[in-house]
Design a protein around this ligand. Structure first.
Ligand SMILES: [Zn+2]
Length: 168
């Protein structure tokens, strides 16, 4: 009987996909990514959000299959999230949320800083930047509440890419 229960528990654990991923210390203050299936902010499997020391995704397995740990995309998006986490610690999370939700200029300053880090990380690893996709996301992602117009965002992304390519 004991062996049977042990067998059942091994079988059960074997079927459970992990719901937490501990992160490399280089992403501190973020320590882990946690699966939170019912967060209304997480509108798709590729969306990731951050609060202080944790990132949240809707489905960890799906997120990691799109953005495998160790890939340039994983590194770039986690560095973007790290920039938010550092600001959470600097301002206090409640203040950050208040400014982010009510002040369009704060929101754009915050996201443009995060996206610049993300884009430059991808460029440093030789990944080709889809400027149209990023501009469209910046202008139309519902969580960004129309913080920037598409044409402005496209010019902004293009400028980062051109500046990065310039010989220094
Ligand atoms: Zn962001």
């Amino acid at each position: 009987m004991r062996q049977f229960i042990l067998y059942l528990s091994i079988l059960f654990c074997g079927c459970q996909a992990p719901t937490t991923l501990e992160l490399n210390p280089k992403f501190r203050p973020i320590e882990k990514i946690v699966q939170t299936p019912n967060d209304p902010f997480l509108t798709s499997d590729s969306v990731i959000t951050t609060k202080l020391n944790e990132c949240y995704v809707r489905n960890l397995g799906a997120f990691l299959s799109d953005t495998p740990e160790g890939s340039p995309e994983f590194e770039a998006v986690l560095l973007h999230e790290k920039s938010h986490a550092l600001r959470h610690l600097e301002l206090g999370f409640d203040n950050f949320q208040k400014y982010y939700n009510t002040d369009l200029h704060f929101r754009w300053a915050e996201e443009s800083a995060g996206w610049k880090i993300q884009i430059e990380c991808l460029l440093s690893k030789g990944v080709k930047i889809d400027e149209v996709w990023i501009a469209n996301f910046l202008a139309n992602n519902p969580a960004y509440h129309s913080m920037v117009e598409y044409t402005y965002a496209l010019e902004w992304v293009g400028q980062i890419v051109r500046n990065y390519s310039k010989p220094k």
